[in-house]
Design a binder for this molecule. Structure first.
Ligand code: AQP
Length: 351
């Protein structure tokens, strides 16, 4: 996976030679992070710290596009910060902060609201999924969420964005916005066209209850996901209860066709073990699910419970977490301020 990651990054870098390589990514402090967030994004974030400078953000302004109880938002912001650090994000090396402390995000998002076209946003599948049938009642913020995401990345002129597969469309929009801004304001290459970094077998972790649905924080069933705060017994129980089919594990990738749940569990094992799915299939070919699930439960407990333990330790000192966020926001502002000064000049804002 590290190899895949490194080659994906160097391929991407060859497309963006005019800008200093910089990683930006974020997660919403809504509920508790789960295995999909970890394997799809966070685990890669940690590795990328060895490759280039990184900025990791807790995107609390994105969170309020759907109603959040203010007290719960505070708790969740600290919990997500603790999850980043416990998983291996090093706040001394990387910049770690919460979005609302740097007003450049909101300011640039407004400029991008005026650059992006309604037709572009109308095509966003995540808005359609999240707004559902009640579109008229969705917040305006939810509709323009991808413009804020573009601002998050481009306020730092970040070049690489490690995310799960579900964010690919939003990143393509960020590239369109960057390109249109550069063109509209006669500033070729002012903003880079950010590259998605979507690598490894965990880029789309599916629900443990339904292999056709993405593992998600908002799924009503807690058994559909493994939360990063789950204890060993809960993790093992959720894996043993995970939906499967009656066949044993196949001996090749082709044998996974039409077996979404089996494929998902193999991908989870592969991503946790840093192996390819082919290696995992080779290891468990012909095994019954009861055997494979026991091995997966042991692996998940081994990899995830130290993160939960570290999160608990960090959360015992919320003032320290707040200090990390404050200091990260000062470092983030130092990068965004000159970019925003240039944006204001290009747009024609006086002062
Ligand atoms: N199931 C997943 N598999 C792989 N990657 C995933 N990500 C999310 N779900 C999966 C990635 O995790 C990061 C978190 O982004 P976020 O917190 O902004 O995403 P989200 O949409 O709030 O996460 P959920 O769990 O999907 O929440 P709900 O239920 O609210 O929709 C992103 O990089 C994302 O790709």
């Amino acid at each position: 996976m590290m190899l895949a990651c490194a080659s994906a990054i160097s391929a991407a870098m060859s497309d963006a030679p005019k800008h200093t390589p910089l990683v930006f990514s974020g997660m919403q402090p809504t509920n508790t992070l789960h295995l999909g967030n970890y394997l799809g994004a966070l685990k890669n974030w940690v590795k990328l710290q060895d490759t280039m400078p990184c900025i990791y953000c807790v995107v609390d302004m994105h969170a309020i596009t759907a109603w959040q109880d203010p007290k719960e938002l505070v708790r969740s912001t600290r919990e997500v910060t603790a999850a980043y650090i416990a998983a291996g994000v090093d706040p001394a090396r990387s910049i770690l902060f919460n979005q609302s402390q740097v007003s450049a995000h909101a300011e640039l998002a407004w400029v991008f609201n005026c650059v992006a076209r309604i037709g572009w946003l109308n095509r966003m599948t995540q808005f359609k999924d999240k707004a559902g049938k009640n579109r008229e009642n969705a917040s305006v913020g939810l509709f323009v969420y991808p413009n804020l995401m573009a601002a998050d990345i481009l306020a730092y002129r970040a070049t690489h964005v490690p995310v799960g597969e579900d964010q690919k469309q939003h990143l393509e929009l960020s590239r369109d916005i960057a390109q249109k801004f550069n063109l509209d304001f006669g500033a070729p290459d002012f903003f880079p066209l950010p590259e998605p970094v979507i690598v490894g077998p965990g880029t789309r972790v599916m629900s443990l209850r339904d292999g056709t649905k993405k593992m998600s924080k908002s799924d009503e069933s807690d058994n559909s996901r493994i939360n990063l705060t789950d204890d060993a017994d809960t993790i093992a129980q959720k894996i043993r209860k995970a939906r499967t089919d009656p066949e044993p594990l196949p001996d090749s990738k082709d044998g996974l066709k039409g077996r979404a749940e089996a494929e998902n569990l193999i991908n989870i094992y592969a991503a946790l073990a840093d192996h390819s799915p082919e290696t995992v299939i080779g290891q468990f070919a012909g095994a019954q699910f009861s055997v494979f699930k026991n091995a997966l439960a042991d692996l998940a407990v081994e990899k995830l419970t130290p993160i939960a333990g570290e999160m608990r330790a960090l959360l015992a000192d919320p003032a320290e977490i707040d200090r990390v966020l404050k200091s990260g926001s000062e470092r983030a502002l130092a990068i965004a301020a000159p970019v925003m000064a240039e944006v204001r000049r290009l747009v024609g804002f006086v002062g």
